[in-house]
Design a protein around this ligand. Structure first.
Ligand code: GDP
Length: 305
């Protein structure tokens, strides 16, 4: 089965890893959120693409839950000794990727080209596509004023209540080469259990992507990020409450609207009304869990195809 998955970072990468190891999948393309991308200390940082590259090449740090494993922190120690910003941690191994990417982009390569090159060098078989090679920046309007994504997520630890989310540059961004084709040519399209408002909405805001999801003959299945009415990690359920929504699958299905055809949700939560759905245990801890959840989502896709 030819599968395309739309994903953010850590939560989404678990499903993508499961798909990579699923016997049902013959080819896999991951279209990745770049709304979290930012420049820091002159470096081009793409947190969700990095998470995919690390996770699929076995370099992710399982204990920390983000970034690259076996970290040493000489760079951060030197930076802090000079009074440099300490709020965004960059391990020495992470820094290698960021410096290399920044140099390649400065030479004129696109983010797609740089990402494909990293994936090839690290032996990753699935295709990893940024949603766009054009800059898109997620901003949050909060009770503490407007915050750029990383300032909200990392510096402020998601504390300020969110009133609205917007994606600067999205209206003018073009889907990266291959994105629309991957959605139209797939046998099944999955939306990973990434944060719908922060990780999936930027993808849907790039003109052409939501239309391709509605147009494709492939069933589009969302995997819910809720387990027992709460996000497994991160601010999804907190944000839903701040936006005046119930933290349930009905609200997530209503948010996605006509772009999805079905939802895989955790057995501890109610199914969304009026939408084909399948219940399963969706907590992905081990690799076997990830493959099982991937297979459950593809089984659901098969029933709505
Ligand atoms: P980020 O970009 O690194 O913040 O991560 P994502 O947006 O891709 O993922 C965050 C979402 O993944 C949260 O809403 C979590 O509830 C969800 N998530 C994380 N782990 C799991 C899991 O094991 N199962 C399910 N169903 N959702 C998960």
């Amino acid at each position: 089965m030819k599968v395309t998955v739309l994903t953010g970072g850590v939560g989404g990468a678990k499903l993508v890893l499961g798909l990579m190891h699923s016997a049902k999948v013959s080819s896999l393309t991951a279209v990745v959120n770049t709304g979290d991308d930012f420049r820091h200390l002159g470096l081009a940082i793409s947190p969700d693409i990095d998470t995919l590259l690390y996770t699929l090449s076995g370099k992710a740090d399982p204990a920390q839950g983000w970034g690259r494993e076996s970290k040493t922190w000489s760079f951060m120690a030197a930076l802090k000794s000079l009074g440099g910003p300490g709020w965004f941690n960059l391990g020495d191994g992470d820094l290698g990727l960021h410096v290399w990417r920044s140099a390649r982009l400065a030479e004129g390569a696109t983010l797609s080209q740089v990402t494909a090159q990293a994936a090839r060098l690290w032996g990753i078989a699935p295709v990893i596509l940024p949603m766009s090679d054009d800059p898109v920046a997620t901003w949050l309007d909060t009770e503490a004023g407007p915050l750029a994504f990383q300032h909200y997520f990392v510096e402020q630890q998601c504390r300020p209540a969110v009133r609205a989310v917007r994606f600067e540059g999205a209206a003018k961004a073009r889907p990266a080469p291959g994105v629309i084709e991957a959605i139209l040519a797939a046998d099944a399209v999955l939306i990973a259990p990434s944060n719908p408002w922060l990780s999936v909405d930027p993808l849907l805001a790039v003109p052409g992507i939501a239309a391709a999801l509605r147009e494709t003959r492939a069933p589009v299945v969302a995997v819910s990020p809720l387990v027992g009415g709460k996000a497994v990690k991160g601010p999804t359920s907190k944000m839903m409450a701040e936006l005046g929504l119930e933290p349930d699958n009905a609200a997530i299905a209503a948010h996605y609207g006509p772009v999805i055809d079905a939802m895989l949700h955790d057995g501890s939560d109610a199914a969304p009304p009026g939408l084909p759905a399948r219940a399963a245990s969706t907590l992905m801890t081990t690799l076997a869990d990830k493959v099982r959840v991937a297979d459950e989502a593809l089984t659901l896709a098969g029933t709505v195809a």
